[in-house]
Ligand binder design. Sequence first.
Ligand code: G3I
Length: 387
Amino acid sequence: MTRANMREAEGPGPRGPVLDRRLLCRALAGLGAEALPRVSKAASREPSLAALAAAKGVVFGMALTREQVQEAPALARVALAEAAMLVPGNELKWGAVEPAPGRFDFVDADALVDLARSHRMQSRGHALVWHEALPAWIGTSPTRAEMSGALSRHIGALCGRYAGRMHSWDVVNEVIEPSGERSDGLRRTPFLGALGEDYIARAFSLAAEADPDAILTLNDYDLERDTEWQARRRAAMLDLLNRLIRRGVPVRALGIQGHLDPAKGPLDPEIFRSFIRAVASLGLSVFITELDITDRLLPGDIAARDQAAAETTRDYLTAVLAEPSVRMVVTWGVSDAYSWVDGNRRTRRTDGLASRPHLYDGAFRPKPLRAAVADAFRSAPARPIAR
Ligand code: G3I
């Protein structure tokens, strides 16, 4: 994560919600975070995003990392005030949590899951099986037996440890890649190489066995826009979901990451909503799992950029939340002080300015993006109570 321009905050600012400071201090102490800076009394009684979302039957969450919480208690205060769920951004990835075969390190993940729990919040697990952030010991071409054993031990350990405490898990992340020569559009990964497509079904079955209560999610990106490439991705995803459902695989939700990047093409709400309805017709919920905005092609001027980012995000969420199958929205971060966007040459700005991907700025004050998300929740239709 790169720190753009973090300054000690004066608090969440004029429109941030209020938080029980005593609770937070006690919880952060468990994370090894410094004491909270003095909080200005300016915080208004603005409803939290969690409250606005819950009023429409949607769970609102925020991703953060232990490093961020330890360095910036003000970031934690914003997340605890705004969200109903916390998502460990990196702490549950394979390389972080099983650095050697069968040797698990849950310290950082536990700290974040406990922080959520101490505030009566939910947690979400990301991600059991992903071709990135893998430990070196997995190797590039494990045998069938090696991969089968590794999957069983890894998923059993993680889902077993947090059973009953996870709202949902991203069981398999970023599974499709239609540019390859495979007719099924699946991404070539060490998992596919060792076990074929069956690795997906196995991962879901192992997760369901270890934690029957978590909502098991297949998570991917670039499924929204009106381009030939994303149309191929949508088709490959629908074909895969149909195969999994026909086999009785316990997938219960599609996670659409929602890393918004206007440079990737136009957004036609009807095309996107039609895809969401096709997924819902399989009996699945739809989650927006990693909402943020890559502003590389938006204006450099901060006021103009923030306004453009807010408008494109409002359009996206308005389309998404019009569909009753959409049950969750998670932002992939809290503040511009920390974001993956500037650490990636494909997403950082070419003018050298720091990106502004999140709802709060580098001083932890709410931006127009936060107002846009709040407005989208306010104007969304209420979903029927989940069965
Ligand atoms: O913590 C270490 C630090 O000790 C070390 O000095 C530094 C230099 O290598 O690396 C730090 O770890 C980095 C970690 O983020 C924490 O900052 C890793 O190198 C870096 O690879 C990792 O990047 C994460 C990336 O996934 C890969 O795991 C990003 O934070 C995270 O936001 C990003 O999130 C992904 C989702 O999981 C899946 N969807 C796409 C999304 C954005 O890429």
